[in-house]
Design a protein around this ligand. Structure first.
Ligand SMILES: *Cc1c(COP(=O)(O)O)cnc(C)c1O
Length: 436
């Protein structure tokens, strides 16, 4: 697989180069030059395959010989080691649970695959890879748990003091091994600024092989296509073939992967991009004007994004043809009050507890159905995180139904450790140099 930059379609880089650079120098995003079609035969018989088998088929079709078959298989078996069930709520409504991985959020798919792809390319005596991440909660946990114990890598996570939930803090501070957590006396923006400054520092770059492992990395996008195919397989098994996916969206990586799956040959009728009041994309699809804005804080905070970083990938997939894009993608926004009402409705209708992000995807389905009453498709809304990660949002009667999964209870007995730093780049730099 060769990749170009969305800003320069003549550029050609290898998969390995795209994985370690994350972003081209011209600040575009890497995209595959060629998007091959999966065999019709495979799609025809897809319900006979398991999630890891589907993952291997999709990855090998896209990556070609960038990673040899046996190594790719082994890497996928290790990375995609948990289920992604599409739970049936009624005849035509399914919730796709993407939170059965170690950090209880769909970001595990991307982070685990990326960490193992990096480890694969680092095998032959290459320099230790230093991953620096700033997190407001979810990304840090997925990256920490994704890289935990992965040879030849070390992860340093900066998080803002007092601003991550108790479960998120457990996921950041109980790892040990090749993961270290730094509690910064400041905000998420301060953490991000420290990391950015580190990437720009000559001395640090001379001493370490730094990478950001952030959400625009192409190796995080690819594994997110797997569960769209796997869901289609699960529905096809039940005789349902017209499928509409509703995706709770912030940086638009998740739905971007869905659209990549569609371009790879996944039969899908429509995507719904569901957002909170950070509605840059729904506004764009309504008005044709793309205007990024500063983000607003909401209950669905992992979607508080005013300038969705993956949007240019989606435009690229549709060769900037907005009309073609609008045929495949509908987008709705919902505020916090509606989100809470959605959580209550899912609970009373299906006796199911959905996290706030998931509730927004559900609301978008209901809105689509109201506007398209004739549509007989099967609707799948993606559940991107386990409800226990957002304990403060729920009314007490619903909160009481939330079961804490064993991934979390297992952490509760472990010792916690975070180094503490002020918002001071020199302090951070000395920390990195001294603890090398
Ligand atoms: C990251 C995240 C999202 C948004 O996903 P994007 O790929 O950024 O659109 C939605 N829900 C949860 C729980 C997340 O962690």
């Amino acid at each position: 697989m060769k990749l170009y930059s969305t800003n320069n379609k003549d550029l050609r880089v290898s998969f390995k180069e795209a994985v370690f650079n994350s972003m081209p120098q011209d600040k575009g995003l890497y995209m595959p030059v060629e998007i091959p079609q999966l065999d019709a035969d495979f799609i025809e018989n897809i319900e006979q395959y398991s999630l890891p088998e589907i993952a291997y088929k999709v990855a090998s079709t896209l990556l070609k010989d960038e990673i040899p078959a046996e190594a790719l298989k082994a890497l996928i078996d290790e990375a995609i080691s948990f289920e992604a069930p599409a739970l049936k709520l009624d005849d035509k409504t399914f919730v796709l649970e993407l939170f059965h991985g170690p950090s209880l959020a769909f970001k595990d798919f991307g982070a685990r695959f990326m960490s193992r792809v990096m480890a694969y390319f680092l095998k032959d005596g290459e320099q230790l890879l230093d991953v620096l991440v700033a997190t407001s909660g979810d990304t840090g946990g997925a990256v920490a748990l994704g890289f935990l114990g992965v040879p030849n890598t070390r992860v340093t996570i900066l998080y803002p003091e007092g601003k991550v939930s108790p479960i998120q803090e457990l996921q950041l501070t109980t790892n040990g091994q090749n993961i270290r957590a730094i509690e910064v006396k400041g905000t998420f923006d301060d953490c991000q600024a420290l990391v950015k400054q580190a990437f720009a520092d000559d001395e640090l770059n001379a001493n370490f092989r730094l990478t950001s492992a952030n959400s625009i990395n192409i190796s995080r996008l690819i594994p997110q296509t797997f569960y769209y195919f796997n869901t289609y397989a699960q529905l096809k098994k039940q005789g349902l073939q017209d499928v509409i996916f509703s995706v709770p969206s912030g940086n638009f990586g998740n739905i971007g992967a869905g659209l990549l799956a569609y371009k790879l040959g996944l039969p899908v009728k429509q995507f719904i991009a569901a957002t909170n009041v950070n509605d840059t994309v729904p506004r764009f699809l309504e008005t044709g004007i793309y205007e990024a804005r500063p983000s607003t804080q909401t209950y669905s905070n992992a979607m508080d994004v005013g300038a969705p970083s993956n949007w240019i990938r989606i435009m690229d997939l549709f060769s900037d043809d907005v009309e073609a894009l609008k045929k495949m993608v509908t987008s709705y926004r919902f505020n916090d009050e509606e989100t809470l009402a959605g959580i209550k409705e899912i609970d009373s209708r299906f006796n199911y507890v959905a996290c706030p992000h998931t509730a927004i995807a559900y609301l978008a389905i209901e809105k689509f159905r109201t506007k398209n009453p004739e549509d007989e498709s099967a609707f799948v809304f993606l559940s991107t995180a386990h409800a226990c990660k957002f304990p403060d949002i729920f009314p007490t009667d619903i909160a009481a139904k939330i079961e804490i999964p064993e991934q979390v209870t297992a952490l509760e007995i472990l010792p916690r450790h975070a180094d503490k730093l002020n918002v001071d780049f020199n302090g951070f730099k000395h920390y990195l140099m001294d603890k090398a």
